[in-house]
Write a protein that binds this ligand. Structure first.
Ligand SMILES: Nc1ncnc2c1ncn2[C@@H]1O[C@H](COP(=O)(O)OP(=O)(O)OP(=O)(O)O)[C@@H](O)[C@H]1O
Length: 256
């Protein structure tokens, strides 16, 4: 089932066209959003999270057109969002902060305490749940960000560079969590780490200059890389550069 449908999305930041007539259809699973700096990943995630409005085009989340106010509140209750830079209250404890987000999402009060403990445990911070956020390391704060995004068991989860600052062990555990969440939710994860995509994603969407340059499975991207002699230390990295080059020079696709 399609949970995210974007049609003809255009986003402009002053003179920069960040998204250029972009179409996207995503269903249950973990979707890796890749692309060079400035490709439009954050612009897309912000529009899907309903925190920014597109200049043109339409977004449907869970069957609701988010431009209309009628279904928007209901959709937001079923969304989880980790922005690239997320604001938090440093004086709050982890528990207080995640509970505050649960309250913003209008979760039934009786369910909040258990949901908070589960979300915090899922990111491996159970032993720091009563620590003030200001006392945590950067990677731990990022994990608090992931916990607040999943506290309501969202049907649509949007994560903008969630693994930035996580240590290798945490990244591996986080991929496990992604795979678990992707069984029932539509998860979109923007990342620069192609190995995260290879390990945890069911599909890859590669953006370039505000357009979709490639869509396929991580396996297909790896296969593309195996037949490419472009730069990259692993086949999936070579697949990434091959797909980008093919998109930029469509006439040379056969040569890739
Ligand atoms: N607030 C803004 N004002 C002006 N230009 C912006 C703004 N936000 C983004 N842009 C521009 O829009 C384009 C897309 O940016 P966006 O942040 O969506 O890309 P990205 O793929 O997330 O990049 P990165 O990988 O560096 O995070 C870039 O050219 C960027 O410079």
């Amino acid at each position: 089932m399609t949970s995210i449908r974007a049609t003809g999305l255009r986003v402009r930041h002053r003179k920069t066209l960040a998204l250029d007539s972009l179409d996207l259809d995503l269903g249950t699973g973990v979707h890796g959003l890749l692309g060079p700096n400035g490709a439009g990943k954050t612009s897309l995630i912000r529009v899907l999270a309903t925190v920014a409005r597109p200049d043109a085009g339409r977004v449907e989340l869970l069957g609701e057109d988010v431009a209309g106010h009628r279904g928007l509140a209901g959709v937001r209750r079923r969304l989880g969002y980790l922005p690239q830079e997320f604001g938090y209250y440093p004086g709050f404890t982890v528990r207080e902060f995640v509970a505050y987000v649960a309250w913003l999402k209008e979760m039934p009060a009786a369910r909040v305490p258990a949901a908070v403990e589960r979300a915090v445990a899922r990111v491996g911070l159970a032993d720091r749940i009563d620590a003030k956020v200001r006392t945590l390391s950067g990677g731990m704060v990022r994990r608090v960000g992931i916990a607040q995004a999943v506290v309501n068991d969202p049907a649509v989860l949007l994560l903008d560079e969630p693994t930035a600052g996580l240590d290798p062990e945490q990244r591996v555990e986080f991929r496990e969590l992604l795979r678990e969440l992707g069984v029932s939710a539509t998860v979109v994860v923007s990342t620069h780490l192609v190995e995260d995509v290879a390990a945890a994603c069911t599909e890859v969407t590669l953006l370039d200059a505000g357009r979709v340059a490639y869509r396929g499975t991580p396996e297909a991207l790896t296969v593309l890389g195996e037949s490419s002699d472009g730069p990259g230390d692993h086949p999936i990295e070579r697949g990434y550069t091959a797909a980008l080059r093919a998109h930029r020079a469509p006439g040379e696709r056969e040569a890739v």
